[in-house]
Design a protein around this ligand. Structure first.
Ligand SMILES: NC(=O)c1ccc[n+]([C@@H]2O[C@H](COP(=O)([O-])OP(=O)(O)OC[C@H]3O[C@@H](n4cnc5c(N)ncnc54)[C@H](O)[C@@H]3O)[C@@H](O)[C@H]2O)c1
Length: 375
């Protein structure tokens, strides 16, 4: 007899009810995920298990009018992975990003997330993915801060005040108890002020909005960077504080000497190396990855044989295979490309919460599979 297959459909409102915005639970889940990454209990796409995902590459010119053209933060991407441990499940985050969305009353990117049974391939759940993604993205720098920030870090600098950095700020303030002030720099100062007003009420911490990135970097014990669009923030070495932890969720530029001098830690360096491989096989070469990867400038140095320091992964640091911070003065730059397993970890936890609390709509994929029916 053919088995009925049904899945749990969860709207954005329903995943909120299921606790997607519970940052503390998300941070715990993401830390658990990094431990599994450190042990190697995961699969990413591709033969070397290091592919961030499959991307539709848009070119500046196309022979057909309707093919999407390249633009700032414009891409479609599918991030697939398996995560082991108690998760033991496969997932796919599928999203489109286009900065023009902001002029249409839509978020910059729109995500759909699917969980699948690892044996049969049957979908377990389809859910609105934006808040899975933004919450897990915020939780990641919080986990990095827990393991790598100097003790008694007092000032959190934030470059960019969009959805993602708001999530990063929330997570870091929730994790690092010693933070007394957040210094926010957004290109759009008015927007920065509104965000600071709202977040200061939610997080009960002082906010200062500055109109110059150097005022932000110059005060920061921890600096979280997540901007979008054409203008990448430039972080000048002379303003970086001793002992600073710089967390790149989005791209930034540095003097080359800065990248060569300070320790780099990543979420999974082999995934960044795969970006380099992909960039080199693109018709525009490495230029094709420089705009949107936070590691692009470093990958370019590596490609030109100008960098050969070791880069550690946070999973190895968390499970004790690699050393954490070596001194209070050490400056550490972290590059977090975003792992597909982060979405699987948090998406699965939210799905479990929804099942326990009876949230969402069960939808049949079929009552009886046409292909395996007996008559
Ligand atoms: N690493 C990851 O896991 C991950 C996941 C999701 C998103 N991201 C990245 O995070 C970034 C931010 O995403 P978002 O959804 O918050 O974007 P958004 O468009 O909603 O917000 C970006 C903000 O940055 C500001 N900004 C732009 N250029 C700036 C500059 N040079 N200096 C200061 N502020 C500047 C804009 O005014 C805007 O407020 C994107 O680059 C995105 O690709 C990374």
């Amino acid at each position: 007899m053919s088995r009925m297959v049904e899945l749990l459909y969860l709207t954005e409102e329903e995943i909120i009810e299921a606790g997607v915005l519970d940052m503390n639970e998300c941070i715990k889940t993401i830390e658990k995920m990094f431990k599994l990454m450190g042990k190697g209990d995961y699969l990413l796409a591709g033969p070397n298990r290091n592919d961030h995902g499959l991307m539709l590459w848009f070119n500046k010119e196309e022979p057909f009018e309707n093919i999407p053209k390249a633009g700032p933060d414009r891409r479609f991407m599918s991030l697939i992975s398996y995560l082991g441990g108690d998760f033991d499940v496969i997932g796919n985050k599928w999203y489109g990003s286009n900065i023009e969305n902001l002029n249409k009353g839509l978020p910059r990117s729109i995500h759909t997330f699917t969980l699948n049974d690892k044996d049969t391939g049957a979908p377990l759940s389809i859910m609105a993915g934006n808040l899975i993604s933004s919450t897990r993205t915020g939780a990641v720098p919080a986990v990095f801060s827990k393991y790598l920030a100097r003790s008694e870090a007092k000032v959190l600098g934030a470059v960019g005040g969009g959805a993602i950095n708001q999530s990063c700020i929330t997570a870091i303030v929730n994790t690092i108890d010693s933070i007394e002030k957040v210094v926010l720099y957004d290109l759009n100062v008015e927007k920065g002020e509104k965000i600071a007003n709202r977040l200061s009420q939610q997080l009960h911490v002082e906010f200062e909005v500055v109109g110059d990135i150097n005022d932000c970097t110059g005060q920061a014990d921890i600096l979280t960077v997540a901007t979008s669009g054409k203008t990448k923030p430039f972080i000048k070495e002379e303003f970086i504080k001793k002992g600073a932890l710089i967390l790149l969720t989005g791209a930034a530029e540095f003097e080359e000497s800065t990248l060569k001098k300070y320790r780099i830690v990543s979420d999974l360096w082999s995934m960044h190396e795969k970006w380099l491989e992909d960039g080199l096989s693109h018709p525009d070469g490495i230029a094709s990855i420089l705009d949107w990867t936070m590691s692009g400038q470093l990958l370019n140095l590596i490609h030109n044989n100008q960098y050969d320091n070791e880069i550690d992964d946070i999973g190895d640091i968390i499970i004790g295979n690699k050393q954490g911070r070596t001194s209070e003065d050490e400056i550490i730059i972290c590059m977090m490309g975003g792992l597909p397993t982060e979405d699987v970890a948090w998406g699965y936890q939210v799905y479990q919460n929804a099942l326990q609390r009876n949230i969402g709509t069960k939808l049949p994929l079929w009552n009886e599979s046409y292909l395996t029916r007996e008559s």
